[in-house]
Design a protein around this ligand. Structure first.
Ligand code: HC1
Ligand code: SF4
Length: 567
């Protein structure tokens, strides 16, 4: 332990803490930009300057370890001036077009600029030569604007350290420094998983989702279109953050109310389709347990993971579930089952998916993904885009009443809901498989929210070994072991984003591990209070099989709900 003084308060902290972390323990908030609590140190932006009162030296607090007897001022004029100067240098080379920017009001640079007392005249005074780079909108899910980049390196670090993809890197020096893709190729041509983790840590608008807001407005305006929407499990516990609500607050009812007010003709739930995925995937897993197909069974509902597997684990593709993701299952039914039941011409139907995910934008455009005679999913909105639309409509979200999803594809069970956090798909699948085989209910798997984990479940006289990995870097480590024959799991759930969908690339920013824990707890609370907690007991799923699909893995299900990934 080390004792030091910060802003005249004495504190004792671990000897490996930084001055920034020690100050945080005292409740002192030092502004930061390149720093991120879940990533390695970069120490480049120099926005977190503090003064060493003994030597009068300025120190970058994120990169300075605490020392016994240190006396630090975070508030001295010298420290504040240094921070201002460093932020002004960033602004000198920044477009500063805040009014029309995607991140207006949600931008860390904008917030710090204001907090440090920098005003228009200061920005004009320092304005210098600006870089001019082309935007990369080649997609399929993300847009990069290098002119907005402040070189904090968070995107480079998360892609390399957490995702293990290393699709981004720094190049050039000084004024010409820039973040580029590997070999400076267009976004569409690189090995990017489209997970959007880079976008969740970017403090400015240098990496954002490719917006589909205008497409959806146009569909809602078109009287010839019948627009139906599905909302992903995790959004229920994250959307509220965009409206200043406490992290993890469950806002399902208000979200449904908002979608109705926006003009959607029917408001449905992806959780319903998650129950359907369990019916199909659970039965597929059962078959594999009986010797038909290769174990381990690996989930495929996460499109970031599927893309990553295609690049890095093509030898394991035969192990991936052929069941489509809940989003795609929903959309296939949205253009077949729904119009049949509602007596509507399927050609008029437009399907929108509200997702926590940027890779879902990519998934909907995959060649082999459509099951109906149309494009199954027409548009994907991230949680952030959805919140922007609610605001644009002038809807006072917090004051909305709670409303229920529409009939037919709106009912879900606790099992469908927990798809939105890591471990949820595995738990939901085992709940159903265990009951089908033994008639006994499952106790919790308790796989937790972090990184990699595994559990064993006794089903009859068989011991089933389940493993989960979230974050592509963790998935890589686990699957390398599977590939090397070092472990014998039966069921492996992989989610590309840390914590699963609650940590998705389209979720509210900023997102730290601490916040994601709270979101996950919010989602778990829905499961805990659900009357029905097993997918096969969802009455709308029972009706769907009875009236339309026949049986799980049957002909119609196979045609609409399954796909194949090729190496
Ligand atoms: Fe997910 Fe899924 S849980 S992938 O994490 O299987 O995006 O929330 O909608 O499709 O249901 C995301 C979330 C989501 C699908 C489901
Ligand atoms: Fe890396 Fe994911 Fe960003 Fe692609 S989307 S560059 S894989 S962090």
């Amino acid at each position: 332990k080390v004792k030091l003084t910060i802003d005249k308060q004495i504190i004792e902290v671990d000897s490996d803490a930084s001055v920034l972390e020690a100050a945080k323990e005292l409740g002192i908030d030092i502004p930061t930009l390149c720093y991120h609590p879940d990533l390695s140190l970069h120490g480049a932006c120099r926005v977190c300057m503090v003064e060493d009162e003994e030597s009068g030296k300025l120190l970058a607090s994120c990169a300075t370890p605490v020392r016994e007897g240190m006396i630090i001022s975070t508030r001295s004029m010298k420290a504040r001036r240094a921070r201002r100067r460093n932020v002004e240098l960033l602004l000198a080379n920044h477009p500063n077009d805040c009014l029309g920017c995607d991140r207006n009001n949600h931008c860390e640079l904008q917030e710090i600029t204001y907090e440090l007392g920098i005003r228009s005249q200061d920005v004009e005074r320092v304005s210098g030569e600006k870089r001019v780079h082309e935007l990369d909108t080649t997609g399929p899910a993300l847009k990069r604007d290098p002119n907005k980049c402040i070189l904090c390196g968070r995107c480079v670090r998360i892609c390399e350290e957490v995702q293990g993809v290393s699709a981004l890197q720094f190049t050039n020096r000084g004024f010409d420094s820039i973040v580029v893709t590997a070999f400076d190729l267009p976004q569409a041509e690189i090995n990017c998983a489209n997970c959007g983790q880079c976008a969740t840590v970017c403090p400015v608008a240098a990496i954002t989702e490719l917006s589909e807001i205008e497409k959806v407005w146009a569909a809602l305006e078109d009287n010839d279109k019948h627009v139906i929407v599905q909302t992903a499990p995790s959004v229920q516990a994250t959307l509220g953050e965009e409206f200043g609500m406490e992290t993890g607050t469950v806002v399902t009812g208000k979200m449904v109310a908002a979608l109705r007010r926006m003009g959607f003709d029917q408001v449905f739930s992806t959780d319903f389709a998650a129950d359907l995925t369990i019916m199909e995937e659970g039965n597929e897993f059962l078959k594999k347990l009986n010797g038909e197909g290769e174990l381990p069974h690996i989930t495929s509902c996460c499109p970031g993971w599927v893309k990553y597997a295609e690049h890095n684990f093509s030898d394991l593709l035969p192990h991936l579930s052929s069941a489509k993701s809940p989003m795609q299952m929903f959309s296939a039914l949205g253009k077949t089952y729904y119009p049949e039941q509602a007596g509507i011409d399927p050609e008029k139907i437009y399907t929108v998916a509200v997702m926590p995910c940027t890779a879902k934008k990519f998934e909907k455009d995959r060649e082999e993904i459509n099951g109906s005679d149309f494009k199954d999913t027409d548009a994907v909105l991230t949680t952030r885009e959805f919140a922007r639309m609610i605001k644009e409509m002038g809807i006072d979200f917090k004051d909305l009443p709670d409303e229920e999803y529409d009939e037919l594809m709106g009912e879900s069970t606790g099992a469908g809901t927990i798809f939105g956090t890591t471990g949820g798909v595995a738990e939901a699948a085992v709940r159903t498989v265990k009951e089908e085989l033994t008639g006994e209910a499952l106790e919790r798997l308790n796989l937790g929210f972090r990184g990699v984990n595994h559990a064993e479940v006794k089903i009859g006289d068989r011991l089933i070994k389940v493993a989960i990995a979230n974050g592509l870097g963790n998935a890589e480590k686990l699957l390398e072991r599977v590939r090397a024959g070092e472990c014998d799991f039966d069921f492996i759930e992989v989610m590309a984003c840390p914590h699963g969908c609650v940590g998705g690339g389209g979720q509210p920013r900023p997102a730290t591990n601490e916040k994601k824990d709270k979101r996950a707890q919010g989602l778990a609370s829905i499961d805990d209070s659900s009357k029905i907690r097993k997918s096969h007991e969802n009455p709308q799923i029972v009706k769907l099989y009875k009236e339309f699909l026949g049986e799980p893995l049957g002909g119609e299900s196979h045609h609409l709900l399954h796909t194949k990934y090729k190496a």
